[in-house]
Structures are given as C-alpha cells and as structure tokens.
Design a protein. Structure first.
Length: 160
C-alpha cells in the first residue's frame, strides 16, 4: 500500500467535476491509487474475516446450534464488544434431477412453473456460432444491454 500516489483522506474532497478536470498525470495517479486501495482493502478484509473466524467462529456456530438453527444471525459479546454473526444458507439444486422432475410434472398435466422457477438462457458464444436461420428464430427473445464501462489509464512512456 506504500505505492499510493494520492492519499485516501484527500478523496472525499474531490468532486466528480474536479476529478474530470484533473491533468492527465494526476488522473492516472488517482486511477492507480484507487486500484491499489481496492486491492489492499480486499486483501485485508479477507485477512480480517479469517482472523474473526479464528477468534469467534466456534463461539458463533455454537450460539446458532444452541438456538436450534444451522444458519442465520446470532449475537454474542466478548467483553464490551458485541458481535453479530451471520451464516447464510446457500442452496444449490442438481439441474439434471430438477429437469427430470420437471418432465414428470409436465407429463402429469401440471404446470412446471407452479413448482419450479424456470429461466432459459442461451450463451452468447453458442448464439454467435449458430447459422443465421437459427439466429433469426431466437432474435425476438434476445435483448442486448450494455454492461458497466471500464476505463484503464496509462500514460505514454514518452510523455511521462
């Protein structure tokens, strides 16, 4: 983190208009500093989370179990420090198994949508590889939206 060119405490003072008017070198320095700061923040957030898991993980999981739950939120104290611990439930479904179940539901005359959330999609690489006749059939179902723009700033070596 020693390679930050702009000090994080200076950042709140810069408005969007001020940033947009920065000279090229300062704009590139700010971009570099923010990238470094984001990487540092992620690294140390991960380290902090691991340390908290090491220090409080067993206590937190025990508190959940004592309350009759495997997942959820629990609160406990360590001296004057109040700790909130959240262990979310992450459910995954076997897609082949769900597909077989959906076929049985449909074969019995029921609406699959009443039981299973169904979202169909086509990968863009597959779509682009199709013959135009097939693409035309799917074109009405396809919507293309722009993602979030990303800028990378580099100063020309000869101008620096």
């Amino acid at each position: 983190m020693n390679d930050l060119l702009i000090i994080p405490t200076d950042l709140p003072e810069l408005s969007v208009a001020q940033i947009a008017r920065l000279p090229h070198e300062r704009l590139q320095e700010l971009d570099h500093s923010l990238t470094a700061l984001a990487a540092w923040t992620k690294l140390f957030r991960d380290r902090m989370t691991t340390a908290l898991e090491q220090r409080y993980g067993e206590t937190a999981r025990s508190a959940l179990v004592e309350s009759g739950r495997d997942f959820g939120v629990t609160h406990f104290a360590d001296g004057p420090l109040r700790i909130s611990y959240e262990l979310p439930k992450r459910v995954t479904w076997d897609q082949k198994c769900l597909s077989a179940i959906a076929s049985r539901i449909s074969a019995s005359g029921e609406r699959v949508e009443d039981y299973i959330d169904v979202e169909l999609s086509v990968s863009e690489s597959r779509f682009n590889g199709w013959p135009s006749v097939l693409k035309e059939q799917f074109a009405g179902a396809r919507t293309v939206k722009a993602g979030k723009a990303k800028f990378v700033l580099e100063l020309d070596k000869e101008d620096a």
